[in-house]
Design a protein around this ligand. Structure first.
Ligand SMILES: NC(=O)c1ccc[n+]([C@@H]2O[C@H](COP(=O)([O-])OP(=O)(O)OC[C@H]3O[C@@H](n4cnc5c(N)ncnc54)[C@H](O)[C@@H]3O)[C@@H](O)[C@H]2O)c1
Length: 253
């Protein structure tokens, strides 16, 4: 298994779901992990779950200064910042007509500006040390149109475009930038939109969410974490600007 001994990894949105599993796995593989989340209760729960190799960093990715200050603190404390996983993300169910301006702005703020802020403030620190590794959690929503996911698809398409663009700028400077595009993954994210948008038809909708992957089930956060581990490890040094799809066959169908 790929090792991350003595690497320092900041994972945004690591208080839940995919980010939590990435933090757990990276720590198991030897990294110091920084659980960066705006949700302090869950962030601290994850730190407790991991133990001494983890610390909590309060961060709201929509606020540039919060991200800058947080990343600089980590760099000062450890003298290095090896890996940034831009994982924090939010969703909304609706066609373009059904999407209120404020929801669109909210998703753009977290999913797009959040990734921008992470990369903008990690890049100078990583360039100072001559190497760095950025992993952006996109979605199949950035690759194909999903019914009634207008704002979500827009933001994840932007994540993929930002990933490719930055990979080109930094390829010769020691920084790698890649994205992961998961299909539906069983996390509190899915549970919360089932409650919010499909109350009264939760089980039926959950069955549809399993079925939209040709493999017949949703993914597990642990499966996405293993792909992130590969990208984080030195063994993947030839990989940059890539969008690794993990979707049970969704986009192949
Ligand atoms: N679950 C899925 O089906 C799925 C599929 C594809 C991609 N993704 C993406 O994976 C990522 C993680 O999703 P998840 O399912 O684990 O979600 P989740 O809701 O379980 O966890 C998201 C975490 O992000 C944090 N967060 C939200 N806004 C934040 C902000 N402004 N600043 C800091 N932290 C913030 C939340 O507090 C939470 O801890 C997201 O980018 C999501 O779009 C999820």
């Amino acid at each position: 298994m790929f090792r991350l001994d003595n690497k320092v990894a900041v994972i945004t949105g690591a208080g839940s779901g995919i980010g939590e599993q990435i933090a757990v796995l990276f720590a198991q593989q030897g990294a110091h992990v920084v659980v960066a989340d705006r949700d302090e209760t869950n962030g601290r729960r994850v730190v407790e779950r991991i133990g001494a190799q983890a610390l909590f960093l309060p961060m709201d990715v929509t606020v540039s200064r919060s991200v800058k200050t947080g990343l600089e603190q980590i760099f000062e404390r450890f003298g290095q910042l090896d890996i940034l996983v831009n994982n924090a993300g939010v969703g909304f169910v609706g066609s373009v007509e059904e999407t209120p301006e404020e929801e669109f702005a909210h998703l753009m703020g977290v999913n797009v500006a959040g990734v921008f802020h992470g990369c903008k403030h990690a890049a100078p620190l990583m360039l100072r040390q001559g190497k760095g590794n950025i992993i952006n959690i996109a979605s199949v929503a950035g690759l194909v149109g999903i019914p009634r996911r207008f704002a979500y698809c827009a933001t994840k398409g932007a994540v993929i475009a930002m990933t490719r663009q930055m990979a080109v700028d930094y390829a010769k400077k020691g920084l790698r930038v890649n994205a992961i595009a998961p299909g539906t993954v069983e996390t509190p994210f899915v549970e919360s939109y089932l409650q919010r948008f499909h109350a009264g038809e939760i089980e039926q909708t959950r069955a549809q969410l399993h079925a939209r992957q040709p493999i017949g089930r949703m993914g597990r956060p642990e499966e996405i974490a293993l792909m992130a581990l590969y990208l984080a490890a030195d063994e993947s040094e030839f990989v940059t600007g890539s969008v690794l799809v993990i979707d049970g066959g969704w986009t192949a169908a």
